[in-house]
Design a protein around this ligand. Structure first.
Ligand code: FES
Ligand SMILES: [Fe+2]
Length: 359
């Protein structure tokens, strides 16, 4: 399966790459090892020694370089072999590994795996996770046994909360919500407005505690290729957004392989939110429960049922709620084609020797 390579992806939470240690993960079907230089700057290298293909993370850090566990070739942070302890010590030209641009931003370590120039200014904006924004945050990670597009559809179309998350995030009157779809600068917004509904338990538990009906919104934005930002909340019927009663949900997908996905999620509660630490912990636990015990089993089972079939060849039934997901799929297909062209190696023109002229 082809992925969009020329894009920023979240590899892990920044804190997972600790000084003096290596962290490794498969991303977009490639094995990558991460570590920090002595000055704290993050490094990402292909996690496969070019000699006998041992994962480099099994070796050891020597200053800002990695020494391979098997025969001691040593690679610096640019992936160049800087030491061959054998024979005359000459370093073969092919003794190098790929290094990837990385950036620590918003508490996450971002990686760029394409061959085009990486521009840090294009990293999606998750300022709400920065402590200076004053939001209270919680973070989590799940490993999903499904392709990232299936998980992306789950996030972009939140009509499932009534069914899958009933009793937690959903309430029955959310069915038939007014859904507005907008495309803007490559992003897709899928906004749902649900007036006069019974308050979903998660909001009643942490904000209102009165059980009265509310107006609710879930505004989800897809930021290509696989980042999402949810603005969701409730206020009193016919009221207005207050300085509490809502939150930002950060949902970020990174393909691991064709059928597995790294899922990083976070919540950012506005400064006006008045929750005790116990309530905040309960809020995080409820969200995690919804993703882990409700979304994940469904999406994993969906992937298992699809198997190796092509999604469109299976002729999925399309409903009104699928408008956002279908647009996202079409945009990804287009981006994959464009990306493949950008990545295509330049094929040298073969010179064909003309046949000798007959005599
Ligand atoms: S496998 Fe790495 S040095 Fe031999
Ligand atoms: Fe869900």
């Amino acid at each position: 399966m082809a992925f969009i390579k020329n894009a920023w992806y979240v590899a892990c939470w920044s804190g997972e790459v600790k000084p003096g240690e290596m962290f490794h993960r498969k991303l977009l079907n490639e094995l990558v090892v991460f570590y920090r230089k002595e000055d704290g700057t993050a490094v990402a290298l292909q996690d496969r020694c070019p000699h006998r293909f041992i994962p480099l993370h099994l070796g050891k850090l020597v200053g800002d370089a990695i020494e391979c566990a098997y025969h001691g070739l040593t690679f610096d942070c640019s992936g160049t072999c800087v030491k061959n302890p054998h024979g005359d010590g000459k370093v073969p030209a092919a003794a190098k590994v790929r290094s990837y641009p990385v950036a620590d931003k918003h508490g996450m370590l971002w990686i760029w795996m394409g061959s085009q120039a990486a521009d840090r200014a294009t990293i999606p904006n998750y300022d709400v996770l920065e402590s200076k924004a004053g939001f209270a945050t919680s973070r989590g990670y799940l490993h999903i046994q499904a392709n990232y597009e299936l998980m992306g559809e789950n996030l972009l179309d939140l009509s499932h909360i009534t069914y899958l998350h009933d009793g937690y995030l959903g309430s029955p009157e959310q069915v038939g919500a007014v859904q507005v779809l907008k495309e803007e600068g490559g992003k897709i917004h899928c906004n749902r407005w649900m007036p006069r509904i019974s308050v979903p338990p998660i909001f009643d538990m942490v904000y209102r505690r009165d059980g009265k009906p509310v107006d609710m919104w879930t505004n989800m934005t897809w930021i290509p290729p696989s980042c999402f930002l949810l603005d969701s909340g409730v206020h009193e019927v016919d009221g207005e957004r207050e300085d509490h009663g809502w939150y930002y949900g950060v949902h970020i997908l990174t393909p691991e392989s064709d059928k597995t996905t790294h899922y990083h999620f976070a919540a950012a509660m506005p400064p006006g939110t008045n929750m005790t630490p116990e309530e905040a912990a309960k809020f995080s636990a409820l969200r995690r429960h919804a993703f882990e015990a409700q979304d994940k089993p469904i999406i994993d089972a969906q992937q298992a049922a699809i198997g190796d079939n092509d999604f469109w060849d299976m002729k999925p039934v399309l409903l009104s709620i699928d408008a956002g997901p279908v647009r996202m799929r079409r945009a990804i297909e287009r981006m994959v084609r464009e990306d493949a062209e950008a990545e295509a190696p330049v094929v040298p023109v073969k010179l064909i020797r003309p046949a000798p002229a007959p005599v």
